[in-house]
Design a protein around this ligand. Structure first.
Ligand SMILES: [Zn+2]
Length: 302
């Protein structure tokens, strides 16, 4: 008869076979700059891939993008949310900035988007590989991300760089909420610049500075190929106008945009605060004026 192994013997065996506990390499001391310092290193409408250091926007919300293209990190103890990657080259800057803040790539749980063009989501494949994060996208954006190319319905079809295709894990619809322990990010579908564009709103609380509502509003700019006319697509145009109206109605203490210069982020940061300086309503007014100008040009045959 075989002797029955005692629990002690089993525990000893397991201990002998257990791999040594891995202590991760220590992270560098968090390295970030003030938003005024960030602004001083960048120029309005700067190059898309020009490196810029990360800075805290408010509470758990950080800017981790380049000078010319935003990427926003919302940190949470059980995993961070990242919105946008920049271009494929810009994603290297974003990854480096995440590290500079003292976060590890594998702490990024979810990646969200503004709109499905290569300057904002072209680094998704690279970031997904580096972080293992889930990608959550609108249905229209998911089709572009999976194929790596915009569809024929995109106003800029034929003029944009292709992207490395990437798997999408979750589809986000209008009104959906993506949560961390520190913030609930609410999606607003804002088609116009692209069909799958999303804008994001969340509240972030900072002990000393209080709670602020942050809006990362999509570009919503009437940019297209030479052949495209918005006025030839009445349903798309109606959805576009509705998006601008929805952005106008959003409460926002802090307005952020995928192209920082579209909402004077550099000027506001240089003054030391992104609170105020441009409201969501003022941003919507500026977009509406651009759309009106564009439609007038189209009506005049331009
Ligand atoms: Zn775009």
């Amino acid at each position: 008869m075989f002797a029955k192994a005692t629990p002690v013997a089993l525990a000893t065996l397991l201990a002998a076979c257990a791999p040594p506990i891995q202590t991760p390499d220590p992270l560098p001391e968090p390295e970030q700059v003030t938003m005024a310092q960030w602004a001083s290193g960048c120029e309005p409408w700067d190059e898309w891939d020009k490196p810029a250091p990360p800075f805290r926007i408010h509470g758990n919300t950080y800017y981790v993008g380049t000078c010319g293209i935003a990427a926003i990190l919302v940190a949470g103890p059980q995993g961070h949310i990242l919105i946008d990657s920049g271009t494929e080259a810009g994603a290297e800057v974003v990854l480096a900035n995440i590290g500079k803040l003292g976060f590890r790539p594998n702490e990024i749980a979810t990646i969200l988007h503004s709109h499905e063009h290569f300057d904002h989501v072209g680094g998704f494949a690279k970031l997904k590989a580096a972080t293992g994060a889930h990608i959550a996208a609108s249905a229209a954006a998911a089709a572009v991300l999976r194929s790596g190319e915009v569809g024929p319905d995109d106003p800029q079809a034929g003029t944009l760089d292709a992207m490395a295709p990437v798997a999408v894990d979750v589809i986000v619809a209008d009104g959906d909420v993506v949560r961390t322990e520190t913030a609930n990010l609410v999606a607003t579908a804002t088609p116009g610049h692209t069909a799958g564009a999303l804008s994001w709103q969340w509240q972030d609380c900072d002990g000393r500075a209080g709670c602020k509502t942050i809006v990362y509003a999509d570009s919503l700019s009437p940019v297209s190929s030479d052949a495209y006319r918005f006025s030839d697509h009445p349903a798309y145009l109606a959805a576009y106008r509705h998006s601008v109206a929805r952005v106008r109605a959003l409460q926002c203490d802090i307005l952020l945009t995928p192209h920082p210069s579209a909402s004077k982020m550099l000027e506001r940061a240089a003054a030391g605060s992104l609170v105020g300086g441009m409201s969501c309503a003022e941003y919507a007014d500026a977009l509406e004026a651009r759309l009106k100008e564009r439609l007038a040009k189209e009506a005049a045959g331009g």
